[in-house]
Write a protein that binds this ligand. Sequence first.
Ligand code: BGC
Length: 749
Amino acid sequence: MSVTKVLGTLLTSSILVAAAGVAFDAEATPATVPAAAAARPWMNASLSPDVRADLVIKQLTLAEKVQLVHGTGWATLIPGNPIPKGWNYGAGYVPGIERLGIPGIHMDDSAVGVRGAANMSRYATLLPSTVGAAASWNPKAAFLYGAVIGRELRDQGFNMSIGGGVDLAREPRDGRTFEYAGEDPLLAGTMTGNLIKGVQSQHVMGDIKHYAFNDQETGRSYFNAVIGDRAAQESDLLAFRIGIDIGHPAGVMCAYNRVNGIYACENPWLLTQVLRKDIGFKGFVVSDWGGTHSTVASALAGLDMEMPGSLDGKSHFGAALEQAVQSGKVPMATLDEMDHRILRSMFMAGVVEHPVTPRRVVNPFEGRDDAEHIAEESIVLLRNKHHLLPLDAESVHSIAIIGAHADVGVLSGGGSAQVDAPGGNVIDPHAGGAKWGETVYFPSSPLKYIRQHAPHATVAFNSGADIAAAVALARSSQVAVVFAQQHMLEGMDRPTLALPDNQDALIEAVAAANPRTVVVLETGGPVTMPWVDRVQAVVEAWYPGIGGAQALANLLFGNVNFSAKLPVTFPRGEGQLPHPVVTGLTADVFHTELTDAQAKVEPFDVDYNKAGAAVGYKWFERQHLSPLFPFGFGLSYTTYAYSNLKVDADGKTATLTVTNTGRRAGTEIAEAYALLPKASGETYKRLVGFKRVSLAPGEAQTVAIPLNELCESIYGTQKHAFVRLPGTYTILAGPSSANTLLKVTFSVR
Ligand code: BGC
């Protein structure tokens, strides 16, 4: 490139950036004058994010360096707290460095959609829960999911998402199971990584959380997850590793709990050894809200940002950090490194070049269509005896719809993942956004859309509150569809896997009255189904989002074929779990479901070594247990045959033929597992690859499935690295973890 061209490029990008700086300056004081472009070399977008970050750091005063590493407080998260200037009503805010054109960081929770929209009379799309999206096994759906979140965050003036939950479903009663991506590190990491890519495609910083082992909510602020190095690396940390490798998130949120005796947010092994050295993460670590416990230990361990911090500088990373730097307890180089990671992430994601002001009205129609599309790929058909489904729109003459407020809406998950329902909670509209702990329904009415699909049928609703009335309706109807629900919420685990509120009895009674019963589950995760043999169809809809009812109706009537498969094992009962009772869940908590803070749970260990890396289906296989529904399982309206499995000599790709042997078009998820050589000490298989394949009736396709090398490896604790053991590997393939009839082997020398 010629000198004039280089100058020209520099000038153009500087002008653009200067313009961007003006547009962004909603928070600037009138005295702020954009500096001359030449004086802001870090604004040159052709330089690397690392170089740009270092150029900024050279300009920063100590106070500014400290300003960037903590937030301004709880604001509306704790009513009555001060609202700082420039704050955008999100979960967290770090003021920018206006004189240098560095914008503030406006963070918002956005696990399943943007949180807190009602605060400013804004709208946000409720997506299906992330565990549901993981059931699509479709990285493209995950990307779309993230893109919706990124787009709507940006519209509302936020430039960082703090979603991206990837904690493994070690404990399916975990109140946040709905915000995570299931039990397998490859599936969860792949889906979350692609979700983050989607967020960041909108020039919004992405995040992955809660690092690490925050796999239950009971005692989350105090419990100590005890786990060995290898088991840790091959389970939850592997999910983070894969997610980070794919998504390159700006941030990692460290968890509340302790890991092997040390709080996650001041744990040098987690934050420096594993995250930076082993995984190679280049972004910044932000503490979960209130999860910072120290100044010097945290900074030295690798924490970069304290959230939510405080306005008065009294937080661990406020004046205390400034003093620690002045006294040499925290080297200036460490503070510079913390700022570097934050600034390079901002440049990397493009939040400087693409300011989030002016705001824009969210497009609810686009969001709803995207949510419906993802829901159609998320909802799992678990049982379909006598082909009760799909319902025939022409011939069905009467349908009973029972329970779970299915006349008006669909359930959503609570806590910081709660999205505000447009117009308020559809079963109890009141002023303001959702209150913490409230069970919120969104206006997507299954009754309405089922009626639309069955114009010739009488479709009647019964709330299920009076079982006798529900039974009477079911008896007089051709088909009964019972909606059953389980609300999940951050801060409290489900005491059992059973459906609450006598719903099992309702289902039993309806099924006894009408064998043509379909159960639609709106649950955060796995539930037990004592009635399963007596109903003809079971559909797991998760929390299906704002397009949920339409998606569900399309699936029930066969306008769309089911394709989703379970990202979590459904146990027959708690006795099959590594911990039959959630560790630390006391009788009090059991009965009242108090939050852990209210229940004053004492510090305690959670023994993750019991299952080790054998999470979910691996545990079931190791213990010779047969689940209710296995990981990777899901039916469709057609059938598939698997044949001709091959694996290349180095075990990097498996190929197989999938044939649609039924009469409907469909999309099948082909799954590949590996049994490692004996020296691994493992007696269970691991998911190593998967692929979705769409097939017309009768069509056969040869599918190449890339096999993840990390999943074929064990973590060598001496070398701090994954290694493939020498020996024979068996690759198994089929439609679910419990049905892998095809087998081939390859060897590693
Ligand atoms: C949750 C985080 C959330 C944060 C901010 C915490 O209680 O654990 O997931 O991002 O609050 O709302």
